[in-house]
Write a protein that binds this ligand. Structure first.
Ligand SMILES: CC(C)(COP(=O)(O)OP(=O)(O)OC[C@H]1O[C@@H](n2cnc3c(N)ncnc32)[C@H](O)[C@@H]1OP(=O)(O)O)[C@@H](O)C(=O)NCCC(=O)NCCS
Length: 150
């Protein structure tokens, strides 16, 4: 397998993979996330031998109290290409660009599926709060990017 090519992607490039991995297939529109059609997310893709192997997206969001932050969503690697470091490399590329932005909208966080918590921990995210349920998807934990270990 050659080295993945990791670069910004369009929503339409990543939607089929996101749909397959995170929505179990079905109509592609079901895999759209808020802001996708308004051009609001920064989408990343990792291509291996011309095939999209992994994707993930960063969205600037505002909570009910008006606090802005950056949410990582839609992390997905094709099942047959998992555990090869591709998702991790894509996540590191997205973090590096976010950190290099002047005044990045912090914190960077995600709602992690329980199964994926070790993956985010390895990439310097800390768990916060208690697990909660996303109906139909399962238990999640909120995780916040803490940067380099002290
Ligand atoms: C999470 C995911 C994007 C990681 O992509 P990847 O290319 O396999 O990532 P890497 O090879 O860099 O890292 C592998 C690590 O991912 C985690 N992982 C492996 N399979 C996984 C799975 N089915 N679901 C979630 N995490 C998984 C493990 O922590 C693994 O490391 P470990 O075996 O040492 O524990 C990928 O496993 C995936 O698409 N999972 C299904 C969808 C998902 O859970 N997305 C995250 C939503 S919060």
């Amino acid at each position: 397998m050659s080295q993945p090519e990791i670069r910004h992607a369009t929503v339409d490039e990543i939607l089929p993979l996101r749909s397959e991995v995170l929505r179990g297939g079905g109509p592609l529109e079901r895999a759209l996330l808020p802001g996708d059609r308004e051009g609001l997310g920064v989408h990343w893709g990792a291509w291996v031998d011309g095939r999209l192997a992994a994707c993930g997206s960063l969205y600037e969001v505002t909570d009910e109290e008006g606090h802005r932050s950056t949410q990582l969503r839609g992390m997905a690697t094709a099942p047959d290409l998992r555990n090869g470091g591709i998702g991790g490399a894509l996540l590191e590329a997205a973090i590096a660009e976010w950190e290099a932005t002047p005044n990045p909208v912090a914190p960077l966080w995600c709602n992690a599926r329980i199964r994926a918590v070790p993956f985010y921990t390895r990439h310097r995210f800390n768990k916060i709060g208690e697990p909660f349920d996303f109906p139909g998807v399962g238990e999640h934990l909120k995780m916040i990017y803490i940067g380099e270990p002290a």
